[in-house]
Design a binder for this molecule. Sequence first.
Ligand code: TYD
Length: 396
Amino acid sequence: MIKKFLDLGQQPLANKYLTKKDLVKKKVEYYYNLEIGFNTSSKLVSILNTVPSRKMFDKEYPYRASMSQTMLNSFKDLSMNIIKTFNPNLIMEIGSNDGSFIKNFNKKKVICVEPCSNVAKITQKMGYKTFINFWNMKLAKKIKSKIKNVDLIYSANTLSHIKDLNSVFNSISHILSDNGVLIIEDPSLLECFKKISYDQFYNEHIYIFSLLSIKYLLKKHNLEVFNIKKITTHGGSLRYYIKKASNNKLKINKNVKTHLEHELNFGLDKYSTYIKFKNNVEKSRKKLMDIFSKLKKKNKTIIGYGATAKVNTVLNFCKIKNETLDYFLDTTPNKIGKFMPGSHLYIQKYNKSSTNKINYIFLGAWNFKKEIFKKEKKYIKRGGKFITHVPIPKII
Ligand code: TYD
């Protein structure tokens, strides 16, 4: 049974940044009600009103993994580790985006799968075999018949975006060699709850996985987790190492049991934990709005930093508009000069002097706090402040 535990209100599609022309023409934005539920049997957490994939992942998809050094470093470290530990002959990445992960591998050893043609064309140009398709059984069969089984499948921040998870794992199982390894990483529900980072919920994140729910899902497909690692990307993620249940060569690491115990000790299997989270979200909204309203009473100027998909959930849930924030800074070419969905806040191109005359910055990209604080040393030194809503709204 799916029990609803959170309602984040009417939300626009998170990655649909608007052009000036869209605003002049008063383009009608697509809204949906962002409600989140907990499946008491499978322990899977999902949004309840999903948006068709084709509406979200199209030729204008703006996200580029390469915009963050943190992501690039994480992909590079993992790639080196994959070569050292598994030395696969053929790797496939599902959701290869702009090639930030696969660029660490030999072109002859990689297959990319990416439905957004604008980013898929980047890896095609780099010389990587790229299928511009959604991941499904049809594609798995096509690849298997044309090429062969794959030894290693990697997918970061993608499987949680696909509604039909049974089809996902079925088609992965079909193409993965018997001794093959599947590595997936996605935001961790445990971290999301600990950090009260409710902005992990938006239309693209259909699911926020836990080890509990992943284990349940994999069992149906004769797959199992043999190792798990906590990683810091996307505000706290889990990297699951998965094998076929029939493969006895890979032993199950004790990390798996330990992490499962952490999730159970936190109460991720109990509905009451979800209600507690909902109450924490309400408190978080109130506290953030108190901070903003105190600063605005003093006529302070506040801007946003990092026009993330996530922050749109916060802006639209808290009804933050240009009375509060003047604009957002961002480095992504496809976002610059556009406006945030729903709030219509302007996205200004970031440059080194962007923060020179600013005193308060709301961290939209709180997950890159370390990287941003390093970049903004001068700003911090002269007394510039950051505002974050994670884990508790505060001025830093
Ligand atoms: P990210 O947190 O990766 O993802 P999501 O959109 O999935 O929530 O997005 C980070 C955004 O922040 C991206 O638009 C790039 C921007 N950014 C900067 O503008 N400057 C920076 O120094 C960093 C690290 C990110």
